[in-house]
Design a protein around this ligand. Sequence first.
Ligand code: SAM
Length: 306
Amino acid sequence: MTDPRSSSTPPGDANASEPSGARAPGPRPLAPGLYIVATPIGNLRDITLRALDVLAGADRVFAEDTRVTQKLLSAHGLGARLDSYHEHNEARAGASALAALEAGERVALVSDAGTPLISDPGYRLVRAAIAAGHSVFPIPGPSAVLAALCAAGLPSDRFLFAGFLPAKAGPRARAIGEVADLRATLVFYESGPRLAEALAALAATLGPRDGVVARELTKMFEEFRRDRLDALAVHYAQAPAPKGEIVILVGPPEGADAPDPDEVDAALKAALAHLSVKDAADEVARRFALPRRDVYARALALKDAL
Ligand code: SAM
């Protein structure tokens, strides 16, 4: 078994390194391996040429719901051998996908919408394929998290995608608390019936911030509602539960500009006087709400200079 942490150069796609400005080449034969194929999140035209090539050329396409994928394939005039792969048959379907890979086949994985593995099944299969030494090819395309982020009007230089919040109040409040201090835009997936509760919980823990509710992206009733987080919570508490699919985005903490580097260094030096590099970095990262990895690197440099 190959160590999944090791890196290898996969045979790749023969189209991969076209000179810029060159005309997009036609499809070439697919190399054996696992293809993670992004599909539309609403508008069926949001599919890449390469995704269509892979779906047309794969020996087998594993789909979360074969009926949904059949519709997509039919809309593009494609036929493919479809098998189901979803969270309730992951073990069995995963074994069958691995057997196909073992036999040298080209295997595609798609979810109902967007990018597989993003709040969707597929992670275990990708891990197992890598461990067994197979190539895994990303076929990038739509994902609701990026579609929402790029049009929300919130800072996009740093963001945290936190998936779905827990449904129960206690675990939900804890999950929000864990990300409250991050200097990043927060992105959550949510459903209509739970939207008002989720916004109220976010407003209660995160305080005054900008928020955006992005609904039905790329579909006929696409909508962005941009407001303060507490105002959004009030709006949706008073309105009927919205229909359709939803992404919630929350801007970074306000008035939280980057701390003075001299102050951070002084705190690190003080902490290094009685703590290990790791503990000093942990403490200072927490105090200034900075990424632990960056503070650890700075702590190492300061320790060396001491
Ligand atoms: N894998 C998908 C992706 O890459 O975005 C996400 C799958 S997850 C099971 C489904 C959730 O994604 C929905 O509940 C919603 O929060 C979000 N979502 C998917 N499509 C969306 C759309 N067109 N508009 C807004 N949110 C969407």
